[in-house]
Ligand binder design. Structure first.
Ligand code: SAH
Ligand code: SF4
Ligand code: F3S
Length: 465
């Protein structure tokens, strides 16, 4: 264990006695609630926050009325920020009634100096603020918060080390995200992630494999390898290992039955990766391959480093190599300078690739990124184009998803259906959701399901015995 991990272990011990003290004073358990905004990276970070809170003796809860509430924030688009400010208002009302309540903020939004200024000025009731680079110091920061009694703010502008061996509480016992790398070096001109998550750093393969072995021994069947651009995994390691090599190594771990990964940048997707995906049954039949735009002109301004034709060639080559693979994508509408012609190019790519799903986003200018100072497209035009694009995406996706009607496929049972408790909800290898009658004891199992009826983006089915 390195010195930093040791310091955190000591801090957890200090926290335990702080929590015990509060329990004695209040005559009950002390509760903590972690709320996550944003992507799978943040979700995984939140599991680390929960791990430390649980180790320190807090009772984890999903109720924001808890004694301690932490928001793990996202700033990829402005609406993510607005949601945080809105919900902070509600937390303040609770804190006025219960002054002992503690409120913390962390994550990507906190790496922006303007956000910190705003919180200090207008949300001074917040007790603790830290960023993405010092999240592993959560235990010692929490101690400071309880001991100092005034707002604690600690933001680092870059990451010092990758700290291994933090305690973790997983949201699902049977599946888990696994970070294989942190940060991003691509600097797409619209994107704030490289500024708030720092430079790209890969974890050592041995650390990743050991983590997955421990997860498998603990009952995890499905892992999702996480990175902003997994295809460039391995750069800067003492002994470089490519992403496709890592994927093969992970597939050899006994007990792991499904492997997913997020996200693939088209410019770095290798032939080797296509081959490993095709030949490794444990690798799920799903590839998320963000397009962003179908216009070569806009792709260049976005700094994506591929053209419309290169994307099409790649996607169609993958479709041919692995016909049962679902391809999903991200698309931005309203990027500076976008014209009707550019939208037509994007629509054409959608028609030709026939995405199984596409997440469409309205461009949101992010302070400090090159695109924010370019001439913006009027909202009205963007809204009309967005609706047009969404309609096509929905039609194509419905067609792509419904291809498997009548077939039997394996589903990993994830939970009881939210709306109808007599149904279970499972996920197919190609990431499509299926709902079917069944006993909750099946949660965490992989079961064969007949896909009876396609309902657009999901199926209704029956377990086949
Ligand atoms: N690393 C991933 C994406 C991370 S952000 C990748 O390169 O694909 C997730 C998605 O948010 C992006 O794919 C993009 O479509 C969208 N996005 C990022 N910045 C945005 C912005 N400023 N406005 C609107 N959408 C944005
Ligand atoms: Fe953002 Fe581009 Fe990096 Fe993805 S690859 S996180 S879109 S800069
Ligand atoms: Fe958001 Fe940070 Fe992820 S900005 S999308 S939570 S890396």
């Amino acid at each position: 264990m390195n010195s930093e991990a040791l310091l955190q272990t000591e801090s957890v011990e200090r926290l335990k006695s702080i929590v015990r003290g509060m329990e004695e004073e209040k005559g009950r358990k002390i509760t903590a609630c972690v709320i996550t905004f944003g992507c799978q990276m943040n979700a995984r970070d939140s599991e680390k926050l929960s791990g430390i809170l649980s180790e320190a003796g807090f009772e984890l809860s999903e109720d924001e009325a808890s004694d301690f509430v932490i928001y793990n924030t996202c700033t990829v688009r402005d609406n993510a920020n607005q949601r945080v400010y809105g919900r902070l208002g509600a937390l303040y009302a609770m804190k006025k009634k219960h002054p002992d309540k503690k409120i913390a903020l962390c994550g990507c939004m906190m790496q922006e100096p303007s956000v910190i200024e705003k919180i200090k000025k207008s949300y001074s009731f917040v007790d603790l603020i830290f960023g993405t680079h010092n999240i592993y110091r959560f235990a010692s920061l929490l101690c400071r918060m309880y001991e100092e009694g005034s707002m604690v703010v600690e933001i680092w502008d870059k990451a010092e080390t990758i700290v291994e061996d933090l305690p973790i509480v997983r949201k699902y016992p049977f599946k888990s995200g696994v970070n294989i790398m942190f940060g991003c070096d691509n600097f797409c001109s619209y994107c704030i992630v490289p500024y708030v998550r720092g430079r790209e750093r890969s974890r050592e393969p041995k650390d990743i494999l050991r983590e997955i072995e421990v997860l498998a021994a603990d009952g995890v069947k499905e892992v999702m390898l996480l990175g902003q651009n997994v295809n460039s995994y391995g750069k800067g390691l003492d002994v470089p290992v490519s992403f496709s090599e890592l994927l093969s190594m992970v597939s050899e771990i006994e007990g792991i039955e499904r492997i997913r990964f997020m996200t693939s940048h088209p410019k770095d997707l290798s032939d080797d990766l296509i081959r490993v995906m095709r030949d490794t049954p444990k690798v799920c039949r799903h590839l998320h391959l963000p397009l962003q735009s179908g216009s070569t002109k806009l792709l260049e301004v976005m700094n994506r480093r591929y053209t419309k034709d290169q994307y099409l060639e790649l996607a169609l080559r993958i479709r041919e190599a692995i016909p049962d693979l679902a391809i999903t994508t991200d698309i931005i509408v309203g990027f500076p300078g976008e014209t009707d012609e550019d939208i037509e190019d994007t629509l054409e790519v959608i028609r030709r690739v026939k995405f199984d799903n596409a997440f469409t986003f309205i461009y949101s200018p992010r302070t400090g990124t090159p695109a924010a100072s370019m001439e913006q497209v009027p909202d009205k035009l963007t809204k009309e184009r967005f609706d047009r694009l969404l309609k096509l995406v929905q039609d194509t996706a419905r067609e792509a998803v419904s291809k498997y009607e009548g077939q039997v496929m394996d589903a990993l049972v994830e939970e009881i259906n939210e709306h109808d408790p007599s149904l279970l909800t499972g996920r197919l290898s190609n990431n499509t959701i299926v709902h079917f009658p069944g006993e909750p004891s099946l949660i965490g199992q992989i079961v064969p399901v007949e896909l009876r009826e396609c309902k657009g983006f999901y199926y209704l089915g029956e377990i086949v015995i």
